[in-house]
Design a protein around this ligand. Sequence first.
Ligand code: SF4
Ligand code: SF4
Length: 349
Amino acid sequence: MEVFLSRLREGESRGDCLKRLLDTLQEDLSMFGEGSFVGIKMTIGDEGSRGYISPDLVRIVVDRLRRQGARPFVFDTNVIYKGRRQNAVDHLSLAYRKGFTPDNIGCPYIIADGVFGTDSVSIPVDFKNLKEIKVPSLVRILDDLIVLSHITGHLMSGFAGSIKNVAMGMASRAGKQIQHSSIKPQINADNCTLCECCMEMCPVSAISSTGESAFIKQDICIGCGECISACKFDAVNINWQEDAEVFAERMAEYACGILSRIKRRLFFNFAFDVTEECDCISGDDPRIVEDLGILASKDPLSLDVASYDMLKGDGDVFSRSGKIHSHTHLFQYAEGIGLGRRDYRIIEV
Ligand code: SF4
Ligand code: SF4
């Protein structure tokens, strides 16, 4: 599938880089016609994160759509880990603080799964791991979708782009938990210093103390992975091979189940400020690759594979040393279930 690349030129603003790409994609954008409700899926990241797609870039996309008579709105969903995006009240307050006000972005910013993330409906699917997916009711009836994804590394998926943005970001909180539920971390008592950082981060209070080390109650754990990133002493372990691969498969199944119902869709990957961790975690983390530009495609798999290939460098910056990551398995599995194609043709604009 064709993947369009607008490379950030020396001295060029990110906005001009995006406008050049949108000019090239005018024919594809014209499918979002007069009066259509176009959901623009993106995320603002959590409190300390600065790598998210900025409001002025979102505004450029919104203005294009409005000029052709569409009715765009930006949306995201609540998350399952601790932070400012667990409910719509705090989530919207954070969005406004980060500049995602209707005045700035030119359209409403909506939290699709409601104030407490309880708007969740089931859609039947028939995949190896999942027979239903849980999404906000909006997602079930949405016909027109633009996905704006900021590329980052990710603790579990290795590479995070359009597929993860759809799979996790368009699932309800219940759907997110199901995708994570294969992950059951355990504490290595030899490394644990009982600093309690993991206990503070755990959203379901699944971690307690034995007196000598932390201990995870497996029946309470929802597999969110927060304790893995919280621990500075390498004391939280998961089975990186098996758990991460099942996680990747479930993400692919969610993305495939969601997108198979949406009639018109277009995906953009923003390769600016790429950090090792995703925007839910990273603050001022060092950038792991040079800014590249913006890529776009109608195929989220071609887009993610192309973005990964162009950014990974010789040592694969999306694989943290000593841990197995699941992006290659995700790409392979996603193609097998019909999410898209792994081959691509880059067209520079
Ligand atoms: S124990 Fe770890 S993975 Fe399980 S819910 Fe708590 S923070 Fe998430
Ligand atoms: S964060 Fe790591 S070292 Fe600290 S209590 Fe948890 S497992 Fe132990």
